[in-house]
Design a protein around this ligand. Sequence first.
Ligand code: COA
Ligand code: AMP
Length: 632
Amino acid sequence: MTYQKEYQNSLTDPITYWTEQAKALDWFSFPENILSQDEDELYRWYKGGKMNTSYLALDYHVANGRAEQTALIYDSPVTNTKEQYTYQELLDETARFAGVLKAQGVEKGDRVIIYMPMIPQVVFAMLACARLGAVHSVVFGGFAAHELAIRIDDAKPKLILVASGGKEIERIVPYKPIIDKALREATFQPQACIVYQRDFVKAALQEGRDFDWETLLAQAEPATYTPVDATDPLYILYTSGTTGQPKGIVRDNGGHAVALHYSMKNVYGVVPGDTYWAASDVGWVVGHSYIVYAPLVYGCTTVLFEGKPIKTPDAGTFWRVIEEYQVKVFFTAPTAFRAIKKEDAQGKLKEQYDTSCLKYLFLAGERTDINTLNWCEKMLQVPVIDHWWQTESGYPMLANMAGLELQPIKPGSAGPPVCGFEVAILDHDNQEVAIGEEGAVAIRYPLPPGCLPNLWEDTPRFKKSYLSAYPGYYFSGDGGYKDEEGYVFITGRIDDIINVAGHRLSTAEMEEVVAAHPAVAECAVIGVADELKGQIPVGFFVLKTGLSVTETTIEKELIKMVRDTIGPVAAFKRAIQVDRLPKTRSGKILRKTMRAIADKQTFKPPSTIDDMSVLGELEVLMNEKTIGNCGR
Ligand code: COA
Ligand code: AMP
């Protein structure tokens, strides 16, 4: 009964509940006001509390017996490098890099954009920003220059931190030219760029604007931590929305530290000193929360893995890392295991490793399909726990809280709600639907600590995107249903966001790019089920009349345009010419219906459809072109 009791307590008296959880941290001054509302009537946790996240992640542990414990393990099969940093060493590196930032004039509240691959310097950089109270905004390496330019113009960073490049499975990705291109496009210009040069790719530095990381570091004095308010922002992380403009999710310092500390203990069931590995990327929220902040704030050892589940060098690499560092809890996206299973279905490579150190496998980023769940259980012989969250929440909202009390696992469900989250399945009239019936997944507002308090400098969009559709609730954008025991089954996004290999992408953004092609009259981009990546984007375009261009030429050009504008991560590899698109009589494109046809699902066309025959045409075309793959 521990879970049920704890969950009820968290909802009945949230103030007492989250006061107790906050006591686990070493505040410089404990918050006077646990929950309050700001001038925009948005809720804020721990107002008046003074603290510093970098202090909690480093200095606190060094002063409390963890100086010699390994804090960070860097394992990079793509460069054949392995390094380890104790808490003392990580503190020293962070303090020195904070000194570099300080010498550049970075102060509390200044923004710093970080565009770097999975190397220890990215961790030093994030923690160094936090140390000074500066607000970092990490941009995932798979995004192209235009995406960076949007973020630069929105965040207005004083500095940009960049590495010369990263390594993908079969290619080197030079990062610096992407920054240079983004800065040519952006209106806002930062004061300087600090460039970390890697051995295998050298970046050209622009005199007066770009500075060499190591040169500045050699001259820097270590900087101490700056106390910040609990409600001060720690970072901005941009994520896809339903328009071409990404949303700047803001995370505050106090609620974030409390929530992550809480989740390590109660959701993931680790104890300080354990090794925790999240195989994600620091460019995503999973990387922010569970590679960097949560394991360190909680006193664990974290693994920074610069590689892929396969081909680096093989599909046994995950098993190797688990054994080598005695990982106790492992977290990744289901797609990673589908990739491994595709290469080594029988688990032959698994036989070479002893993974008995592992206690739990957690999966998120997309729904865990039952085949993958079963396969992982068979391979690892541990509970495999699907859990649901978003960039906005920063930590799980639905999860089997293994640290509190492991509940029965129900395949297909992301679990019951995490303490603090009152999850409701709503209909269009804001009413809870019956058990088993599908609706919009919403959370009673105010959300618990750690979730986004607002969007970066865009309160109206925050209210419109999340709070207005279902009054009194935060709307997640996902659909789902509940069973009689309160377990929630997420059925997927009910907006135009798609999930490709665990990466959240906006089809609206892709449509903007496709529509900009001079030969395209109109278009639609939809997410189609894919065996490996969960979903992949597919574009459908109608050509302007009187043009003599081939479909193949246009397809190639569109693929290049999306790759150059959004980035390779969009995985946009198919564009199909159609004579017309299905629409309502008022001209709205029926994307949901198109998706259903591609995924071979039964569907009921809306009564407002303009011409039913177009659906038949599309079905024939999709079959011809083998679009859609719902074999999972
Ligand atoms: N920098 C530059 N390019 C990147 C990149 C980065 N950090 N990350 C991905 N890309 C590129 C890839 O090289 C690929 O390019 P390509 O079209 O030239 O092949 C493209 O973006 C698409 O990448 P991805 O969707 O990751 O496909 P993949 O075929 O390289 O790998 C998986 C497939 C399943 C192995 C991989 O997606 C994976 O490990 N996914 C797990 C995702 C994850 O951890 N998500 C976080 C949420 S928990
Ligand atoms: P992101 O903000 O990138 O973390 O993506 C969040 C979105 O990923 C959610 O809104 C869901 O659509 C999807 N998602 C994440 N975890 C799960 C899960 N366990 N089950 C189903 N969908 C998930």
